[in-house]
Design a protein around this ligand. Structure first.
Ligand code: PLP
Length: 246
């Protein structure tokens, strides 16, 4: 490494340390405000569009949970970081023809939203001979409203949760959502996260181990923690704004 490269790495490390510490303070404050122990909330750092070198620096700062949303980017990054003690979360839409690649590195897939994907992930897990894959049902509060988010409508969650729980190679871990941009809950993340919490309670009645509630990003992690999120997925507030093309 040249002196210049070493300087750039030190600058980036300082930026990431600053981002992490600011997010950590927000999470701690939100937990305190909600009367929840800090240990109930896991920060998952969304590293999408950023290089593997950033993932490596984050790991050196103690980050253990990272998320990606595109297999094309995530697969080489995970291979590059295979020596690090990281838990990989997949949070983007999964095309069924990418299932085999995703199950090679992902520990949890947060974006399970259709029966066809459940069977593709199951087949891939069994073919790869890997340990059970953790799956979350992605809930869309704007399903059916124009170009809504990926995910299933709230009333379809129980059936998809049961299917995952009954499918070999898969483990039902919980539920996930992204605050809706359209529909009745648009611009009301707190209301959407409260509904997710109710859905989680119903899912846990049938599947007590499905405790993960994945909600909240850079802009709304406080509302998510107030509503009971166990996993917040934060990118921009740790790594900086992504280029619009990312
Ligand atoms: C990008 C992304 C995030 C992180 O968003 P930020 O606003 O950058 O914190 C969280 N969840 C999903 C599903 C994402 O695609």
């Amino acid at each position: 490494m040249t002196d210049r490269q070493q300087g750039d790495t030190a600058d980036r490390l300082a930026q990431l340390r600053g981002g992490l510490s600011a997010v950590e303070q927000r999470i701690a404050a939100a937990c305190a405000a909600a009367g929840r122990p800090r240990s109930e909330v896991t920060l998952v750092v969304v590293t999408k569009t950023y290089p593997a070198s950033d993932t490596r620096l984050l790991a050196s700062l103690g980050v253990r949970e990272v998320a990606e949303n595109r297999d094309q980017d995530a697969a080489p990054k995970a291979a590059d970081c295979a020596d690090l003690p990281l838990v990989w979360h997949f949070v983007g839409q999964v095309q069924t023809n990418k299932a085999r690649s995703v199950v090679r590195y992902a520990h949890h897939v947060h974006s399970v939203d259709r029966p066809r994907l459940v069977s593709a992930l199951s087949e891939a897990v069994l073919r790869e001979g890997r340990a059970e894959l953790g799956c979350l049902v992605q809930v869309a509060f704007d399903a059916g409203v124009g170009a809504g988010r990926a995910g299933v409508a709230p009333d379809q969650v129980p059936a998809l949760a049961d299917l995952i729980a009954d499918t070999p190679g898969l483990r039902l871990d919980g539920v996930m959502t992204v605050a809706p941009l359209t529909g009745a809950l648009a611009g009301r993340p707190a209301a959407a996260f409260a509904e997710l919490a109710e859905i989680s309670t119903a899912v846990r009645a049938a599947h007590p181990a499905a405790t993960m509630v994945s909600a909240g990003m850079s802009g709304d992690l406080e509302q998510a923690i107030a509503a009971g999120a166990t996993h917040v997925r934060v990118g921009t507030a740790v790594l900086g704004a992504r280029s619009p093309l990312g």
